[in-house]
Structure formats: structure tokens, C-alpha cells
Design a protein around this ligand. Structure first.
Ligand SMILES: Cc1cc2nc3c(=O)[nH]c(=O)nc-3n(C[C@H](O)[C@H](O)[C@H](O)COP(=O)(O)O)c2cc1C
Length: 310
């Protein structure tokens, strides 16, 4: 029998499949979904949370594309204290692990949000560094290795929980940012967040999203996300830093591909909008795959990609 447990630095999960931030709310909606079983998913990443409540971007906030979706939610959330004091007590008993996903526009804000979640029972804190830094003039933290490292170092001082840093693919060389956040003390890397895009309504000649630009996710980004994980692994594997692979995963086959290129766990986001039960199906498919191949754990697949046969 294949065990599905994975150990990512200080974070142990019953299986390597997690629900991604922004695609599962704060988990509460799932309780009402027929057939959804919290114990079937390795972890649930909570919606991105800032210190103060945020209303998010003007609508429309999502647009469909032929093989994925664009979103520009703008981090709508009720604020860290509300999540910790009101929502957390309601969700904490469900039999999975919860991971906070934090955002801010200054290093101090990230650290403060991390401090709020440090006092809860979340299993880890995921830093979303795709937000603009207000003080430095709006450059995304994730696009600048120095600023990304400052955020991670600030959060490191604020919590003793495992830190996951979620990298943006919208950079020239993701390895440079990966190296910087590892040096700053991240325990785990998640790769990757959405790819920047836009959609145009050709009939009226206007952008579809209220925010004009948004993040592309879903099946369309899978090949691009695989390459980013492959690149991150080059930096992370020699230092023993585990990767949570994500971007367009919708089947067990997709999950296996991400593990092969170097991930130790995987995340499912956009596919949940088609079916919230897809993560459970991926777990079952992964288990069957491991058993067929006589493998004892998902970790035995991590980084097993072979050189191309020429
Ligand atoms: C509607 C929506 C909201 C999202 N909100 C967040 C967020 O709050 N924080 C974050 O780190 N990532 C957020 N993401 C990115 C996802 O967590 C995920 O990294 C990305 O969509 C790639 O995975 P996928 O192709 O499986 O969706 C969001 C994605 C979508 C589609």
C-alpha cells in the first residue's frame, strides 16, 4: 500500500494535494458541497488576507478564456483580525490542515499579518509576494529579489510557523527570486502564481476586466508553470527546500508531471470552480498511480524526470 503522507520542511500533510488560495474561500463554502470530504485534501490555503479589510477591484473581476480564466479580485478580504478571531474558530475543527495566505503593501504589514496568524492554529503561513509595494512606488515585491527577501525576513521574525513563499512567474528569471527568498529564510516555495494577462471586448473596444489587467490561471498555464517549477528546482533542491507545484492542475496526471519536475506537493486552484471534488479525485488517481508502479510515497516521484532520449 502506498502511503500518501508528505513532509515539507516542518509541514506534514496527509497527502500532497492542496486547495489553492483564492479558489476555496476560507473553506466554509466547501462544508455545504455534497460529497466534499475535508480529510481527503492535504491542506486548504485560505484566501489572501491583508491587515485591514479590502473591498477588492472594481467589477468585472473575472473573464473566461479558451483554456483558463483571468482574475483581478484585488485581494478582497475581511482583514486578518476578523479571519483569526471570527472565521478561524469556525473552521479549525475540520479534518485537514489550513494554511494562511498573507499579503501587504509594506514589509511591516506582512509581518503584522503573520503575527496575527501565528497566534492561530494554522499549519503554515504562505506569503503572496505578488502585491505592489506602496512605499517603493508600486513595484511588485515578487518582481524584485531584494524586496522579496525583505518581506520573507520580516515574516521570519514574526512567526515560528513554517513559511511558504509563493513566487510570481512574471519575472525574467524566477531562480534569482527563489534564491533570494531561500537565503532570507523561507522553508518552502510555492510555484507559481498567475501569469499577467488581459482580455478585450472587441465589440465595444474596451477591456473586459475592471482592473484592465489580471492573472491568468487554469489549463492554459500548465506548460508554463511546469517550466517555472523545473527552474525553481535547480535552486531549491540542492538546498533541500521543498516546492509546492501549481498552475493548471486538474487531473492526477497533471499532478504526477509536477512531482516529476521537482514538486513535493501540488495545488489545485481554477479546476475547483468546475468541480470542488476534483482534488479528491486527484488524490485517488495519484494513489492508484503509485500503487501501479510499486512506489511507497509521492516523494519517490519528486524530481524523477529523466533526460530526453535522443
Ligand atoms: C479567483 C482567484 C483568486 C486568487 N486569489 C489568490 C490569493 O488571494 N492569494 C494567492 O496567493 N493566490 C491567489 N490566486 C492564485 C492561485 O492560488 C493559484 O496560485 C493560481 O491560480 C494557479 O493555479 P491554478 O491554475 O490551479 O488556478 C487566485 C487565483 C484565482 C483564480
Amino acid at each position: 500500500m502506498s502511503g500518501l503522507e508528505v513532509k515539507l520542511a516542518g509541514l506534514t500533510l496527509a497527502n500532497p494535494v492542496m486547495l489553492l488560495s483564492g479558489c476555496a474561500g476560507f473553506g466554509e463554502e466547501l462544508a455545504g458541497v455534497e460529497g466534499f470530504d475535508f480529510s481527503q485534501v492535504g491542506a486548504i490555503c485560505l484566501k489572501g488576507t491583508t491587515l485591514k479589510p479590502k473591498e477588492g477591484n472594481p467589477p468585472p473581476r473575472v473573464a473566461e478564456t479558451p483554456a483558463g480564466m483571468l482574475n483581478a479580485i484585488g485581494l478582497q478580504n475581511p482583514g486578518a483580525r476578523h479571519v483569526a478571531e471570527v472565521i478561524w474558530p469556525r473552521i479549525q475543527h475540520w479534518p485537514t490542515r489550513f494554511i494562511a495566505n498573507i499579503a501587504g503593501s509594506t514589509v511591516e504589514e506582512y509581518a503584522e499579518v503573520a503575527r496575527v496568524f501565528d497566534a492561530t492554529g494554522v499549519a503554515a503561513i504562505e506569503i503572496n509576494i505578488s502585491c505592489p509595494n506602496v512605499k517603493e512606488g508600486g513595484v511588485a515585491f515578487g518582481a524584485d529579489p531584494v524586496m522579496a527577501a525583505r518581506v520573507v525576513a520580516g515574516v521570519r521574525r514574526a512567526t515560528s510557523k513554517p513559511i511558504i513563499t509563493k513566487l510570481s512567474p512574471n519575472v525574467t528569471d524566477i531562480r534569482v527570486v527563489a534564491r533570494a527568498v531561500i537565503e532570507a529564510g523561507t522553508d518552502i516555495i510555492s510555484a507559481v502564481n498567475t501569469f499577467m494577462g488581459m482580455a478585450v471586448d472587441w465589440r465595444c473596444g474596451r477591456p473586459i476586466l475592471g482592473n484592465v489587467q489580471g492573472g491568468l490561471s487554469g489549463a492554459a498555464i500548465k506548460p508554463a508553470a511546469l517550466l517555472q517549477v523545473w527552474r525553481v528546482r535547480e535552486v531549491a533542491a540542492p538546498l533541500g527546500i521543498p516546492i509546492i507545484g501549481q498552475g493548471g492542475i486538474g487531473t492526477a496526471r497533471d499532478a504526477v508531471e509536477f512531482l516529476m519536475v521537482g514538486a513535493m506537493a501540488v495545488g489545485v486552484g481554477t479546476a475547483l470552480f468546475q468541480s470542488p471534488l476534483v482534488a479528491g479525485e486527484i488524490v485517488a488517481g495519484l494513489k492508484a498511480y503509485l500503487q501501479e508502479r510499486g512506489l511507497d510515497s509521492p516523494a519517490q516521484l519528486t524530481g524523477t524526470l529523466q533526460p530526453h532520449q535522443t
